[in-house]
Design a protein around this ligand. Structure first.
Ligand code: AQP
Length: 332
């Protein structure tokens, strides 16, 4: 117990806005279990973030359980770490309000994800989409997390959380730990297979753009075969070869091979062989995860028990921080 208390803390969340993609896996989820050795880890299925974009209620419910099961399948141990659903811990939205009053309109206006998503969903540019990074700051600051393992696309939001923490600390005395983003060197930004200029996203309307963690082997092969590359038919990394470089990132993440090793392996071979090898490397990693995922989902009562336990443990920590914050700002 004493050891647990001296460990630094890590927090990260993932939206149940669809089935996790290969991008979510490489950029975030696969890194979460190994962190348990060194850190006291808290991982959340952030369903409140998901409704910033319109969701079908039944699908959101199903995807929330599937997301939690996938985190467990990926090796997160709920006895060691805290795994919970965001809406089960109301302190997140309570802290979010206080933080919103310490966040500038101009700061939120600069968030690139808001700009991207408001362009993508012109019919629903809601206030939640705009203030979502404040809720994310609350997710992190509530637990005094030192580190936030995320993909590249979330770096700007973690930086905002740092600014909010510093601003609050300056105004009301030291309260929050100023968190650091932890971003992988390889695979921090996996791109769409159909448009290598855009990141791979679980809500992409073009299902050929992403590999879902629940895709079967045939689907994975088919999607990689269709992946956009170029006409040179030579495997090497270059700014002009975004599609091939993205496939190299995926292959490197799956196999641990270096660029030089990959280039040597496919010297003199066409893209057909390369794409099949990348597909196979993903199938090899996903197949056991999918089996474990199905096993966990089959026992819904146990999954619910784990999430309830996680919510209680999260609430215990969250309550302490929220009480401190309320006191500092002068709430009686
Ligand atoms: N393409 C990606 N490459 C690397 N990392 C990625 N992440 C997301 N896409 C990639 C990382 O996955 C974690 C969870 O992301 P999220 O669910 O909170 O939302 P997101 O970043 O908006 O991911 P999506 O898949 O694009 O969701 P939708 O389509 O709903 O917006 C984060 O750490 C993220 O960096």
């Amino acid at each position: 117990m004493a050891e647990l208390e001296t460990k630094k803390r890590v927090f990260s969340g993932i939206q149940p806005s669809g089935t996790f993609t290969l991008g979510n896996y490489v950029g975030a989820v696969r890194n979460w279990a190994p962190l348990q050795k060194e850190f006291d880890c808290i991982y959340s299925v952030v369903n409140m973030h998901a409704i910033t974009v319109r969701q079908q209620p039944a699908a959101l419910r199903r995807q929330t359980y599937e997301a939690a099961a996938m985190l467990l399948a990926a090796g997160i141990n709920p006895k060691q770490s805290i795994v919970f659903v965001q809406s089960h811990v109301p302190q997140h939205t309570q802290l979010s309000w206080v933080l919103a009053c310490n966040t500038m309109f101009g700061e939120l206006s600069r968030m690139t994800q808001f700009k991207d998503k408001s362009q993508k969903h012109t019919e629903n540019v809601n206030a939640g989409l705009f203030t979502y990074p404040v809720l994310m700051a609350a997710d992190i600051l509530l637990y005094g997390a030192h580190g936030v393992p995320v993909g590249e696309d979330q770096k700007q939001h973690v930086e905002l959380a740092r600014n909010i923490a510093q601003r609050f600390n300056n105004a009301y005395s030291d309260t929050f730990i100023v968190p650091e983003p932890y971003i992988q060197k390889i695979g921090g930004r996996i791109m769409s297979l159909q448009n290598p200029a855009a990141k791979m996203s679980k809500s992409d309307e073009n299902i050929n753009g992403f590999i879902s963690m629940q895709d079967d082997a045939d689907t994975i092969v088919r999607k990689f075969k269709r992946a956009v590359t170029d006409s040179e038919a030579r495997v090497y990394r270059s700014k002009e070869k975004a599609g091939v470089s993205n496939l190299m990132d995926i292959y490197a993440a799956m196999t641990g091979k270096t660029d030089a090793e990959i280039e040597a392996e496919f010297e003199g071979k066409g893209y057909g062989d390369f794409k099949l090898a990348v597909a196979q490397s993903v199938i090899d990693v996903f197949a056991p995860l999918q089996q474990e995922h199905a096993r966990i989902l089959a026992d819904k009562a146990e999954l619910e028990r784990i999430l309830e336990d996680g919510a209680q443990r999260a609430q215990h920590l969250a309550n302490k921080m929220l009480a401190k914050v309320y006191k500092k700002v002068g709430f009686v």
